[in-house]
Design a protein around this ligand. Sequence first.
Ligand code: SGN
Ligand code: CA
Length: 518
Amino acid sequence: MRLLLFRLTVVLLLAANATAADRPNILFLFSDDHAINAISAYGGPLADVAPTPHIDRIAKEGSVFLNSFCANSICGPSRATILTGKHSHKNGFMRNGNNFDATQWTVAKELQQGGYSTAVIGKWHLKSSPEGFDHWEVFPGQGNYYNPVFIQMDGSRKKFEGYATDLTTDKAISWLEQRDPTKPFFLMCQHKAPHRTFSPALRHLGVLDDVTIPEPATLFDDYANRSSTLRGNEMEIDRHFDWAYDAKVRKDERGSVQLPKPDRYGTPEYNRMTDSQKAKWDAYFGPRNKLFLADFAAGKLSDEDVVRWKYQRYIKNYLSTVRAVDESVGRMLDYLDRHDLTDNTIVIYSSDQGFFLGEHGWYDKRWMFEESFRMPFLARWPGHIRPGSRPSGLIQNIDYAPTFLQIAGLPCPDDVQGRSLVPLMKGDDSHWRSSLYYAYYELGEHAVPQHFGVRTDRHKLIYFPLTDEWNLFDLQRDPQELQSVHASVDYRQTRAELEAEFLRLRTEFEAPPFPARR
Ligand code: SGN
Ligand code: CA
């Protein structure tokens, strides 16, 4: 009842004081698996070799949130959290493969009812069809890079020739062209890139040929001094990166050369291409693969050399897919400029979780370790966000829905678990939170076990229920998280505080019991 009255008052006030078009537009630019280390505005180790000038423009004219995290480092759950402002156990989407209960409250529905034109284009990955959007056009499941299929609003599937990132951008722009201009808009433009299998736009093949990408210090991590479950992972560049599927060395290119395992999958993205697209791919990868295979067959490469070669192959393809995402951001910002929309639009760039770019020897995400736990979050909002600001408060994807609502001047339901980021955007971090709750529920592909934890600005406590192990990291002394100090007497006090905070958060968020021990 209270919410209803509030909603009515808001609508009346909006009608009296402002034309709907005065309310800010919300442009949510989103990608899949884009680690902050691959965004130059975050100043990571790859900033010089692979800059992202258009994403950086958002940072320059707005802010980079330095401590942005996800609630559950996996695709569908992150997206469900963004739409609902709730942890996975509350919105019911705990693992990829779940079906999003579209009857529940979402921020898209609220914005739509509150007078916004709403649309989502690109990767959706929540199985049930989008609701709360005036327009949508999304990939089935993970979607494809080349000549992808988009599901239409009538349920039919249509294949489009071209590259997923470009097509997603074209479709987002054409929706902006056709939208109802008397209403503010909420547009989610959601890319597949740079997700596995890291397949660049053909025009970007070779853009990083002249550089050697610096290797992360932990490329050859031995997984000692942490949970025993780390060793059971199946996401190592060394042991799991597939030759054809990931490293792009097709079986039909190898002649008599035998590559070591793993070599399980084919090349589905290559198979989708037209003959002329394949010709461009072959012209690039063909000769490079030949050189590698010759060296390999001649016994010139040690095991470590092979890992290093695979790392370069991986990271260059990954960063090349980012190149198209960055170009897309440039096109979207340019559209706002050319249509006089820049001043009244908040632009956010984010990605569903982070990703390991060789750190700990890994690709993929899932772990509560920094590289996958962190989500990029950059925002530009002229007149509200100070250009060049770098808020350091701990934020999480549960906060996005309440943020959108405050920007739109709409009420936020009591059961939303996140908090609006508008105060942080405006430079006020005086009453901000000091810890975050994390929960990961899958136990499947890549063999990362369920784990749960709490992070403060300095420490991280993780519980692995299947093995009943606890890890504690001092992020200031050990930023690479190589040594749990959980058993150290020096950390007795910290451990007790973190355990209490973990429990407090689990109570506050009404978290379910841990899965049973193995
Ligand atoms: C796919 C990928 C995995 C990836 C998951 C989750 N395999 O299953 O490597 O971890 O998606 O990614 S693939 O063979 O399909 O590329 S997520 O971003 O959707 O959560
Ligand atoms: Ca993802």
